[in-house]
Design a protein around this ligand. Structure first.
Ligand code: ATP
Ligand code: MG
Length: 376
């Protein structure tokens, strides 16, 4: 077991890393953050901020020398960075598990090869793969295999001609062409798994997206209990097959009452932010615990919760929103990430409303949201 006050390493300095630093600090650990941004949300509050690229040899040496274990807040760290660090310090999740999740082709192939339900897809490596793909995939979505997030690097395509145009628009970048499913709704499961294979899963959350970006998470998810339970079982199965150690997010589509795995995130997940205010142990403390080999905490939900993301759009002309309208709602917890510049679509913060009754919590959250919402 790695005990306080050891120094932990974090690759990435965004809001997920910031919550990790907060959880680690509460437990008495220190954290070194590697992020090339001088003013990253986590770098600003870390004990040590290594301001360098993710493949900077000196920075990686320093991290390996000064940290007793290393984790990551995002899947796009170069696999070679994780492998280099792993030679001299424990790294969780392992490079191999991150590699599966950072590339849509390997992710889909992993799901297919292990019998997990997923949307029908074709791998598009070159233009000729488009006419060769099954015509049943239309209408579909063409998604770049790497570096996509918040709906970026995706195009909805109705025909092979549109798919070709989109592929060219993505500069011939490797893609997957995925069948567009008629979604009833979307859910996700965030869980933590330790090296011995013990799992603590958070309740299944229901997710509502807007313009390809997560807007609202409702925990527990509404709808059929079987859907919630099946999502839990599938997420556990995915974690096991990945040999995963750490906090993992698994996103699902629900279509005609059946679940399809959409994608996995080898890190805490935006849809698990409600755990900060509504669970005995939150997803970031679980990340610390799994990394340090501590027993995983109780992941029980003690309140119904609704989380609402605050994007840069809420900052009118860059001006600070009127936070007082949120503070008036006393069962609402506001979390701001300390980002210096509010841009449309940029995740700046979130709030979570908690309470005993799911319906009342949702009503309170929607009313708070309408009061802070700035149109146009
Ligand atoms: P993030 O990383 O922020 O979750 P992303 O850019 O990786 O997003 P996806 O999760 O692949 O994107 O897709 C974003 C959203 O687009 C999904 O949550 C869903 O609402 C919609 N979507 C994606 N693929 C499909 C599909 N095959 N059928 C129907 N809707 C889809
Ligand atoms: Mg997604």
């Amino acid at each position: 077991m790695i005990l306080p006050s050891s120094m932990l390493g974090m690759l990435g300095g965004g809001q997920l890393a910031r919550f990790f630093v907060i959880a680690a600090h509460e437990m008495g650990y220190k954290v070194t953050v590697l992020d090339p941004d001088k003013v990253s949300p986590a770098g600003m509050i870390a004990d040590v901020h290594l301001c360098a690229a993710y493949d900077d040899a000196d920075a990686l040496n320093e991290m390996a020398r000064s940290c007793v274990a290393v984790t990551t807040e995002f899947e796009n760290v170069p696999a070679s960075t994780l492998e280099t660090l792993a030679k001299s310090v424990p790294v969780h999740p392992a490079a191999a598990a991150v590699a599966v999740c950072q590339h849509r082709v390997s992710e889909k192939n992993f799901l297919r090869d292990n019998g997990f339900p997923h949307a029908p897809y074709a791998e598009i490596n070159q233009e000729s793969d488009i006419p060769a793909a099954n015509s049943g995939l239309y209408p579909g979505i063409l998604k770049v295999a790497r570096f996509g997030y918040d709906g970026k690097g995706q195009a909805r395509v109705g025909t092979p001609e549109e798919a070709l145009a989109a592929f060219r628009n993505f500069k011939g970048e490797q893609c997957v062409l995925e069948q567009m499913l008629a979604l009833d709704y979307e859910v996700s499961v965030v869980l933590a798994r330790d090296a011995a294979g013990n799992v603590q899963a958070f309740p299944t959350a229901e997710n509502i997206h807007r313009n390809g970006i997560l807007d609202i998470s409702i925990a527990p998810a509404r709808g059929a209990a079987e859907v919630r339970e099946q999502a839990q079982a599938l997420a556990r199965g995915v974690a096991e097959k990945l040999g995963y150690v750490g906090t993992l997010g698994v996103e699902f589509f629900v279509c005609n009452g059946c679940l399809y795995v959409n994608e996995m995130a080898p890190r805490p997940h935006n849809s698990g932010h409600y755990t900060i205010d509504a669970c005995v142990t939150n997803q970031f403390e679980q990340q610390v615990r799994a990394l340090c080999g501590l027993p995983l905490g109780d992941s029980r939900l003690h309140s119904a919760a609704v989380m609402v993301n605050l994007l840069g759009d809420v900052w009118p002309g860059g001006r600070e929103p009127e936070w007082n309208v949120l503070f008036e709602q006393t069962n609402l917890k506001l979390h701001l990430y300390g980002k210096h510049e509010a841009r449309p679509g940029r995740k700046m913060g979130h709030f979570t409303v908690i309470g005993d009754h799911a319906d009342a919590v949702l009503k309170d959250a929607m009313s708070a949201r309408s009061r802070i919402k700035v149109e146009g």
